[in-house]
Structures are given as C-alpha cells and as structure tokens.
Design a protein. Structure first.
Ligand code: UDP
Length: 141
C-alpha cells in the first residue's frame, strides 16, 4: 500500500443539504486527510473542462448544468490507497445501487445528483488535483 492523493468534490446537491461536515467526517474517520480545500461556484467552462472526458456521453449537458447549479466543495484527500478508499466510501454512481453506509447511499438522491465526485485512478487524481489547486496550496501531512 502507498500513500496517495485523490480529488474529491462535494456536489451542489450535498452542499445545499448542509452535509459538508458529515462527509468530511467520513473521510477523516477512514484515514483520509484533507490536504487542500476550497468552495467554488463553477462556471460553464470550468465544469465542461473538468468533465471533458464525458463530452460525448448523452448525460454531459445535464451533468454540466447540475455542476453549475450551486457551489461545490473541492478537496484533495491524502492517505493509504486514497483513490480506492475514497471510491469505496462514495459507493456506486447510482445511489440506488450503492452499498449501505456509503456517502451516496446516505446523502444522494439520484444518478445525476449523486453528492460526490472522486478520481477513478491515480493518473486522473493528479490531473484533477492540478485542475483546482496549484501545488503550493496542497499541504502534505
Ligand atoms: N452520470 C449521469 N448519468 C449517467 C452516468 C453518469 O448523470 O447515466 C453523471 C453522474 O453524476 C456521475 C458523473 O456523470 O457521477 C460521472 O460519471 P462516472 O461514470 O465517471 O461516475 P462516477 O465516477 O462519478 O461514479
């Protein structure tokens, strides 16, 4: 196992539900440390740029609209196997299919308003962290 960093976003639905602290608490109690964080209301070009890999998917337009619908909380998380650990804590993309006790099972409504984003690989984590944070603003533990 290795110490990794991953990018997490608390999406507009979860920010509006006032559960940032509850979600942070799940990270912290599962060995993930918040090493950078900022609240941001994404512009269209920022949301489109972040999800550029999904540009051809049928849900792209709605996904971008949703991500622009309110502020999001963006954080870099650090810990042992952080990429996989965060994905495990998040649960499946569709909250109806997410395991009990996961963030999406507990806080998400639907596949398109699903509370959190998490990098799906170490390579993408590096790209996504750099998208939001200059390296000087990520504080290693
Ligand atoms: N998404 C959607 N409809 C779908 C599949 C995905 O709205 O049928 C959205 C959903 O918000 C998801 C995001 O697109 O979180 C990115 O999709 P991905 O397959 O990468 O899922 P994730 O990695 O977020 O679990």
């Amino acid at each position: 196992m290795a110490v990794e960093r991953t990018l997490s976003i608390i999406k507009p639905d979860a920010v509006a539900k006032n559960v940032i602290g509850k979600i942070y608490s799940r990270f912290e109690s599962n060995g993930l440390k918040i090493v950078a964080s900022r609240m941001i209301h994404l512009s269209r070009s920022e949301a489109e740029g972040f999800y550029a890999v999904h540009r051809e998917r049928p849900f792209f337009k709605d996904l971008v609209e949703f991500m622009m619908s309110g502020p999001v909380m963006v954080q870099a998380l650090e810990g042992e196997s952080a990429v996989a650990k965060n994905r495990e804590l998040m649960g499946a993309t569709d909250p109806k299919k997410a395991d009990k006790g996961t963030i999406r099972a507990d806080f998400a409504e639907s596949i398109d308003a699903n509370a959190v984003h998490g990098s799906d690989s170490l390579d993408n984590a590096k790209i996504e962290i750099a998208y939001f944070f200059p390296s000087m603003e990520v504080y290693s533990s």
